[in-house]
Design a protein. Structure first.
Length: 745
């Protein structure tokens, strides 16, 4: 999109002739956090609305934003569409006996929710109440503060989130290797000269666990300065199309590949751990592990010949500033934990950790790493486990793949009440159909959300939250993962729609009412904590965090800089954050999982009719929550749609062509999907995007093109065997022509 710059876009400026206003803001629809300039005005009256309503009339990239530099993706055009969506929930709703929902007053809704939840806690204990937070909550600093306050003070012990369906392996590697779950280094992309990309498609995601708006420009600049981009992926993605090299790897083989590359670097004596600038422990153990995964040993399993593996390793090690960026496809597989560890170990071995041009740690205005350390929130692993399968916790959260069974399995500790916050786990967690069957068995469920969707349809109460431009915005999480230090605060542009309330207000009010209904010293302390937090409010908390941060900013200082504050390039800070600790490059947790990885080399070949399933991402999509936006769903076709991507040879062997309907089956279920044939995917691999499968819950746009839910065929028992993160990549499936008369689901 066209960017804009100059005085007319600074802060808010009016246009008296047109009755319009130009407002600088931040797009909060994904991790890129792009700066935007909005033209805000009123629609003319029409037959259905005599009242002129203020809305966003135009969205432009903000060229004065030093971070995004005018870049915008297609999602930004829909920035105001969710706010104005006629299907959006804007009044509290209560489930009716007929299974629908009807409006209810706020006080009545909060009283009912608090009394029902308090009764569950009093009768069954803290493990009987579960919470689930979806990733949209990460885009609301106030919502994050409210969710932490709610869980801690109400006493919910069964906590789940989208983390264990996404980046948990990265956080586990950061915790075990560097000592803190939030110390996740990102490529110093503006100075990197050799970028190795595994299981990631940053041109579609705009960076993920790497806040980097304008990825296409950044990669072009990398190549223009003589650098190189290498993509290793089962699919020739949008990123692979612009890379210098792309190699089709087998899904789930990333850990084997990384181990072989590390072995090749040691063998060629190209290791440079001395450049890290911090003490390192475990190099000999890492060397011994890698020795058992030579390029020749892993080549067949990886799908790349041994000479190429060695060449890739040597080039990466010799580059002056190299970064290994392993992302979603590397995490959401059966060896996600080991893969994340070896990706970080590769940075250490080549001396590119905490080095300009390599992988570095941001120094954000709100330093969440130091804040977490001060609060004693460095992380934890396997302190306790789920009661049914014994899956490990991480940082106090349980794996979301266990949520359905923890609800449906009777016994002590059974989950009997659930609070979901900005999440749709029926569409975003493994075997979503099992969760949909389990939710009606709860004693009580409440959802804080903007839609009645596949998950919230089961809630006894839906409490409507503000969205996007209705609330002030600061990226508490994503600036901590940015490829350049930057800070931007954006005030709310519009008032709340209908009766929607800010998520912090909803969660803190609900917490206050719950703890007030309970007795004892614990609830008394909780009441005082909730009362103090409500009196302070999220904006004052944010201001305090900014003032005590490394750049000593304030909320007022950011308000006076509507295009944001450029805080400079990334700088080394590993020793500062480590303190007296060492970089543990070979933690025992990962060493204990090496034999499982080694055993994968001896697996028999797949049956001729068996394929493996991977996901994919579209630039116009964001999980499930933008599929009711018409401008982002119309005109989709091919790999951009909810279609099954197949290699021509695999399709031909099954008598399929583009546009045909196929039945995709796994151990847990089946879906019917249209086929799209292309050589952009590796033989033996099929791909279906995430977030589709909408089920007729009053979402008119999404309901008209529901697509098929990939999580109807993913398996809640197919996990990373170490971290218990969901494994969406590499699921064994079969594909056949759909029976006559079968329709697209």
């Amino acid at each position: 999109m066209q960017g804009t710059s100059g005085a007319e876009s600074a802060g808010r400026s009016g246009d008296a002739n047109a009755g319009r206003e130009r407002v600088a803001a931040t797009c909060m629809l994904c991790e890129a956090s792009c700066g935007v300039v909005l033209t805000v005005g009123s629609d003319p009256p029409n037959e259905r609305a005599a009242k002129r309503e203020r809305r966003v009339l135009r969205v432009e990239g903000d060229r004065d934003d030093a971070f995004s530099r005018g870049y915008l993706c297609p999602k930004a055009a829909a920035l105001d569409d969710v706010r104005l969506d006629p299907d959006r929930v804007v009044r509290p709703l209560r489930k009716t006996r007929a299974g629908g929902h009807a409006p209810i007053a706020w006080d009545e809704a909060l009283d009912e929710a608090s009394s029902r939840i308090a009764a569950v806690l009093d009768r069954h204990g803290p493990h009987a109440l579960a919470t689930y937070t979806g990733n949209p909550l990460a885009h609301s600093y106030a919502g994050l503060l409210g969710s932490v306050l709610f869980s801690q003070q109400v006493g919910a012990r069964s906590r789940f989130s989208a983390t264990s369906a996404d980046q948990l392996p990265h956080m586990l590697a950061a915790y075990e290797v560097l000592g803190h779950q939030l110390m996740m280094p990102v490529p110093d992309l503006d100075r990197t000269r050799h970028l190795l990309v595994l299981g990631a498609n940053p041109l579609a995601s705009n960076g993920s666990v790497m806040t980097a708006p304008g990825m296409k420009r950044r990669l072009a600049e990398l190549r223009a300065r003589g650098g190189k981009v290498v993509v290793l992926d089962p699919r020739r993605t949008e990123t692979a199309e612009v890379a210098d090299e792309h190699h089709f790897v087998r899904p789930g083989s990333d850990a084997l590949l990384l181990a072989a590359m590390i072995d090749a670097i040691f063998e060629a004596k190209l290791e440079r751990p001395d450049r890290v600038g911090a003490p390192i422990d475990g190099l000999d153990d890492l060397r011994a592990v890698a020795r058992g995964f030579s390029a020749e040993q892993v080549a067949a399993a990886v799908g790349i010949d041994a000479d190429t593996i060695r060449r890739l390793a040597v080039e990466h090690a010799k580059a002056d500033g190299a970064a290994c960026y392993a992302r979603l496809g590397a995490c959401t597989q059966e060896f996600g934990g080991v893969t994340a560890w070896l990706a970080l170990a590769l940075d250490v071995v080549t001396g590119n950790l905490d080095r300009p041009g390599g992988k570095m740690l941001a120094r954000p205005a709100v330093d969440v790493v130091r804040l977490g350390s001060a609060l004693g929130l460095r992380g934890s692993f396997a302190r306790f486990r789920t009661r049914v399968r014994g899956l490990p916790e991480f940082a106090g959260e349980l794996p979301v793949a266990a949520l359905a069974e923890e609800i449906s399995t009777p016994g002590e500790g059974q989950i009997r009440a659930l609070v979901t916050m900005a999440g749709n786990p029926v569409l975003s967690t493994p075997n979503g159909a099992a969760l949909a069957r389990a939710l009606p068995g709860l004693d009580f469920m409440v959802s804080v959300d903007v839609y009645r969707n596949e998950t919230t349809r089961h809630a006894d109460l839906i409490l409507p939250a503000t969205f996007g431009l209705e609330r002030d915005h600061y990226d508490l999480v994503f600036y901590a993962l940015a490829v350049r230090n930057f800070a931007r605060y954006a005030p709310a542009v519009f008032p709340p729609r209908g009766e929607a309330r800010d998520d912090f207000d909803i969660l803190s009010d609900l917490a206050h009412r719950i703890v007030s209904r309970r007795r004892g010293l614990g609830p008394l302390r909780a009441r005082l904590a909730v009362r103090s937090a409500r009196a302070l409010g999220p904006k004052r908390v944010l201001d305090g965090l900014l003032r005590t941060g490394p750049h000593r900013l304030s909320l007022r200082a950011l308000e006076e800089a509507p295009h944001g504050r450029d805080l400079g390039p990334l700088t080394p800070r590993l020793r500062e954050l480590l303190g007296r600790r060492k970089v543990r490059v070979a933690p025992a947790v990962f060493l204990g999982d090496v034999e499982r990885l080694r055993a994968s080399l001896a697996r028999p070949a797949r049956a001729p009719d068996e394929l493996v399933l991977i996901g994919r991402r579209s630039l116009r999509s964001n999980n499930s929550w933008l599929h009711n936006v018409e401008r982002l769903t119309k005109g989709r076709k091919g790999a951009d749609d909810c279609s099954l991507l197949m290699h021509p040879d695999d399709a031909s062997a099954r008598g399929l062509a583009s546009g045909d309907l196929a039945t995709l089956r796994s151990r847990t279920g089946e879906v019917c999907v249209p086929v799209f044939v292309s050589d952009e995917i590796r033989r033996g691999v099929v791909s279906l995007p995430h977030g589709w499968g909408h089920g007729g819950d009053g979402l008119r746009v999404a309901g008209a093109r529901p697509g098929a839910s990939v999580n109807d065929v993913t398996d809640a028992t197919f996990l990373d065997g170490l971290s218990a993160n969901a494994a969406f990549s590499g699921v064994p499936v079969t594909v056949a022509r759909a029976p006559e008369g079968r329709s697209h689901e």
